[in-house]
Ligand binder design. Structure first.
Ligand code: ATP
Ligand code: ZN
Length: 297
């Protein structure tokens, strides 16, 4: 018997780089929320999934404490919190998401004598990711002195409190503005959907499975294109080879031209101009590429 009172909670970032995309993704899965006045808890209207809007740093701990069942957060923060927690529950990454991309990089002052990561042995590294940085360096046999800072890490070398930094970078503008150069990337991160290993029970499990199935449809659709064209029957094998991740095409007769057919096909990967030019060279005409909004396998 399913208990209609079971609900699950998803924590997302309240305001920041991940907020809009996280909410948009859940809305693409058909979730609608009644926004409460205090704006921290949004009730799910047509689906038993509610939203908690919090600081991103708090999301992994909320998952580990069982305050919410799901959370969308950067892998950088999830790994940091997991490594810093001493045993107990574990975080599980359910799906990697296509936003929030950045890298945790080592950087040094432009005039530094450090040449590579091995040169960091025994030196001071300022970072907001102490556990992750230590773990990544230790796995390569490098022992540095970690200086933990909660923000403005990039000014530490200029102030003389560190020889290097380990910080999130997307374009590198902040590094350049502080006369730092990137030494190497330690870790690449995107936003991801996490749960913990706390037992959910069958009702919550089935809500989660339904949500994941919708989410997979959305993620798959983001990559996919619906391609239509007219083509010579004898070019069909070539066309299947040209289109990336093409599924079995549907063929329709074209009135009055027995040797040409209309071809409709879903491609699971990006379709680029090169593909269209190759299709044209293979004899296709009237080629249309359409976005796929939803997909359920
Ligand atoms: P909060 O108030 O929720 O603590 P915040 O200031 O810590 O917000 P944001 O700057 O919004 O967080 O970054 C959230 C996440 O976005 C980061 O943890 C990281 O996963 C990702 N991200 C993507 N690009 C960058 C970047 N250039 N710098 C920092 N984080 C980035
Ligand atoms: Zn934060």
């Amino acid at each position: 018997m399913s208990n209609t009172k079971s609900r699950i909670r998803v924590a997302i970032q309240k305001s920041g780089r991940l907020s809009d995309k996280s909410l948009g993704l859940l809305q693409s899965c058909g979730l609608r929320f009644a926004r409460s006045k205090d704006k921290l808890f949004w009730y799910g209207q047509d689906f038993p999934v509610d939203l908690l809007l919090v600081r991103d740093d708090d999301i992994p701990t909320m998952l580990l404490d069982g305050v919410c069942e799901l959370g969308i957060v950067g892998q950088n923060i999830a790994r940091e919190v997991q490594l810093a927690s001493n045993g107990g529950n574990e975080l599980n990454m359910l799906r990697k998401l296509n936003f929030g991309g950045c890298r945790l990089s080592l950087a040094i002052p432009e005039d530094s004598d450090i040449r590579d990561a091995n040169g960091l042995n025994g030196r001071r590294i300022a970072t907001s990711y102490p556990a992750l940085t230590r773990d990544l360096l230790n796995s390569r046999g490098i022992e540095a002195r970690i200086v933990k800072l909660s923000g403005s890490v990039e000014i530490a070398p200029g102030l003389g409190t560190a020889d290097a930094i380990s910080d999130l970078v997307s374009t590198g503008t902040t590094l350049r503005a502080n006369h730092l150069v990137e030494l190497e990337t330690l870790f690449t991160s995107t936003a991801a959907l996490y749960t913990s290993d706390i037992e959910l029970g069958s009702e919550k499990r089935s809500i989660l499975d339904r949500l994941l199935s919708r989410l997979d449809g959305v993620l798959q659709a983001e990559e996919s294109k619906y391609v239509m064209m007219n083509a010579p029957r004898k070019a069909l094998d070539d066309i299947a080879r040209i289109l990336p991740g093409a599924e079995h095409p549907s063929l329709m007769d074209l009135e009055g031209t027995p040797d040409r057919v209309a071809v409709h096909v879903v491609c699971r990967e990006g379709v680029f101009w090169e593909h269209l030019e190759a299709l044209k060279a293979a004899g296709a005409s009237a080629i249309l590429v359409l976005p796929v909004e939803k997909m359920l396998a």
